[in-house]
Design a protein around this ligand. Structure first.
Ligand code: KDG
Length: 325
């Protein structure tokens, strides 16, 4: 049994080996990607036990994903091998700054066939027992009606069992438009404890101007139901809004060379959730999230830069104090 449960689609991700537009990329390196899987790997490296619920195909990419997550120490007992569908694949360009272009081959993929029955089966096998936290993203409900039901079922089970539930909005505009996403992610957000999002994502949730002050956007999302809203501000760090109106702003750690920014948001979530599981306050959890995000962008691929406890401690001790002054 794990402290954290998460679910979603994990993909084989082909990342261009040199920087530039995707149309000109000819050589790619294969990584394992998927927002929730990145968070799971990040939490496992920080010493927290995590269960990942999902589906991969019977193909070799599925094998690679299972091996990678297992190797990270994630409990993959509920990562099923679907004999009737293929593992989702994505190709993406490499750039040191976003927006980063991607091509998905994931329609009808094994991951998109995750269903409420899969969640019930995992729950019946005890996956939610002793768990303290469920982490969701807005990617899974965009994959298929079944995957959307899986997300709401997991939230329902987690709430009934008293877990803290977080949602990283993670809008993927190649999967759905803001207009289609808004009612779905609003409904999801209304039943969780913690919402993470970039200002433009919080603006979609709140139906507000993305240029508004992140504190205002966070307050508007807080009004939907979650007790904590965290605005991820990239190079500007992050802002936390807590019930009662407390606003905490924490600067980002300076990163000399950004190698690959994709996955930074997931690393942030892993650091933040680890902090909250450890019992730290909002500001310290954000500081941990910022440090994990900074470390993630300093390495290629979504997961390579995720720190373990010792590395995180070293970075916080060395760079954190200066960056936070
Ligand atoms: O957050 C990084 C993810 O975007 C990446 O790993 C792929 O999950 C992914 C997606 O659906 O785009």
């Amino acid at each position: 049994m794990s402290e954290v449960v998460t679910l979603g689609e994990c993909l084989a991700s082909f990342v261009a080996t040199s920087s530039g537009p995707l149309a000109d990329a000819v050589a790619f390196e294969r990584f394992v990607a998927g927002a929730e899987a990145n968070v799971a790997a990040g939490l496992a490296r920080l010493g927290h036990s995590v269960t990942y619920i999902g589906r991969v195909g019977v193909d070799r990419f599925g094998t690679a994903i299972v091996r990678k997550l297992r190797g990270e120490g994630v409990d993959v007992r509920h990562l099923a091998i679907d004999p009737d569908a293929q593992t989702g694949v994505m190709f993406r360009e490499r750039r040191s700054l976003g927006p980063i272009d991607v091509v998905y081959h994931r329609a009808g993929s094994a991951g998109s066939r995750l269903s409420a029955d899969d969640i019930d089966a995992a729950a019946a096998a005890g996956a939610f027992e002793e768990a303290r936290w469920l982490h969701l993203t807005g990617i899974t409900p965009a994959l298929s009606p079944e995957a959307r039901m899986a997300t709401t079922r997991a939230r329902e089970l987690a709430r009934a069992a008293g877990l803290t539930v977080s949602l990283d909005v993670n809008l993927r505009r190649r999967l759905w438009s803001d207009e289609s996403a808004r009612p779905v992610v609003r409904e999801l957000a209304s039943g969780v404890d913690v919402v993470f999002g970039s200002p433009d994502e919080l603006a979609v949730l709140a139906d507000a101007d993305p240029a508004a002050d992140p504190a205002e956007l966070s307050a508007a999302v807080h009004a939907l139901g979650p007790s904590v809203v965290v605005a991820k501000l990239g190079a500007d760090g992050a802002l936390g809004f807590e019930a009662g109106g407390t606003v905490v702003r924490v600067a980002a750690l300076p990163v000399a060379t950004i190698i690959d920014p994709v996955g930074a948001g997931d690393a942030f979530c892993a650091g933040f959730i680890a902090g909250r599981l450890d019992g730290v306050d909002l500001e310290t959890a954000i500081r941990m999230g910022n440090a994990c995000g900074a470390m993630a962008v300093a390495a290629a691929g979504d997961q390579a830069g995720l720190p373990d406890r010792a590395e995180l401690g070293r970075v916080l001790a060395a760079g954190g104090a200066d960056a936070l002054r």
